[in-house]
Write a protein of this length. Structure first.
Length: 225
C-alpha cells in the first residue's frame, strides 16, 4: 500500500496567509487599544488584552484551515469542545470584545478584508463615542449597607428607623447567619438623601447595633470587586 503525503497548503497562497494574519493582528491590536483606553474598573488585566490580539490571529488561522470544508469544521468543533476555561469574566463588556476580535478574525481568515476593516473601525468608533459621552449612565447613586447585629433583640427595627431618616429609599436584599450563629448580617441597598454622607450613616447605625460592624460600599455598581 503506497504511502503518500498530501500538502493542502496550495488551496491558499503565502500572500493570503500573510495578509490574513497581518490584518487580523493590526485590527485586533487596534481593538485591544480601544479596550485599554475605555477601561474604567480597577481590575485591568494585561494578559486579557494580549489574549485579544492572539485570539484574533488564531481565529484567522482557524478560518484559513477550515475554509469551506464542512468536515474540517466539525472536526474543529470536536477538538475545541474538550477545552475548559476556568477564568471568570469579571465584566460583561469583556465578552463583547472577545466576540469582536473573533468576528474580525473570521472575516480576515475568510478573506473578507474590507468587511473586517470596516466592522472593526465602525464598532470601535461606537465604543469610543459611548465612552466619551458616557451613554446609558444611571444618575441614581446607590450604596450597599452591611450591618452585623446579635441574633436576639429588635435590632432590625432600629436599623430601619435610621435608614428611614437618612435615606430616600432602601431595600433589604439578604439576611445571613454568620460566625456560627453568633451574629446576623443584614444587607441593604440604599439611596442616601442629598447632603447625607456615608460616615454619618455608619455612625448612626453603629449606635443602634450594639457596637457591631457596619460597612457601606459606595460605587459598587461601577467597581468590580
Amino acid at each position: 500500500m503506497p504511502f503518500e503525503v498530501q500538502d493542502l497548503s496550495g488551496t491558499f497562497s503565502v500572500g493570503d496567509i500573510a495578509i490574513a494574519l497581518s490584518l487580523s493582528f493590526v485590527l485586533s491590536a487596534f481593538i485591544a487599544w480601544v479596550y485599554r483606553f475605555t477601561h474604567r474598573n480597577v481590575s485591568y488585566s494585561q494578559s486579557y488584552v494580549q489574549t485579544l490580539v492572539i485570539l484574533g490571529m488564531l481565529i484567522a488561522l482557524i478560518m484559513l484551515v477550515v475554509g469551506s470544508n464542512i468536515a474540517r469544521a466539525f472536526a474543529l468543533v470536536g477538538a475545541l469542545s474538550v477545552v475548559r476555561f476556568r477564568n471568570a469574566i469579571k465584566e460583561t463588556r469583556d465578552v463583547g470584545f472577545i466576540f469582536l476580535v473573533m468576528g474580525v478574525g473570521m472575516a480576515a481568515g475568510t478573506r473578507f478584508y474590507t468587511l473586517a476593516i470596516v466592522a472593526a473601525v465602525a464598532i470601535s468608533l461606537i465604543i469610543l463615542v459611548m465612552f466619551r459621552f458616557n451613554w446609558f449612565a444611571s444618575n441614581v447613586q446607590r450604596q450597599v449597607v452591611k450591618v452585623q447585629v446579635p441574633p436576639d433583640g429588635n435590632y432590625t427595627q432600629n436599623i430601619q428607623d435610621v435608614l428611614i431618616s437618612l435615606t430616600s429609599e432602601f431595600e433589604l436584599i439578604s439576611i445571613e447567619s454568620i460566625r456560627g450563629g453568633a451574629l446576623t448580617e443584614l444587607m441593604y441597598t440604599v439611596r442616601l438623601k442629598k447632603g447625607t454622607e456615608p460616615g454619618e450613616l455608619i455612625g448612626r447605625l453603629g449606635e443602634r447595633t450594639g457596637g457591631q460592624r457596619v460597612t457601606v460600599l459606595t460605587g459598587y455598581d461601577q467597581t468590580d470587586l
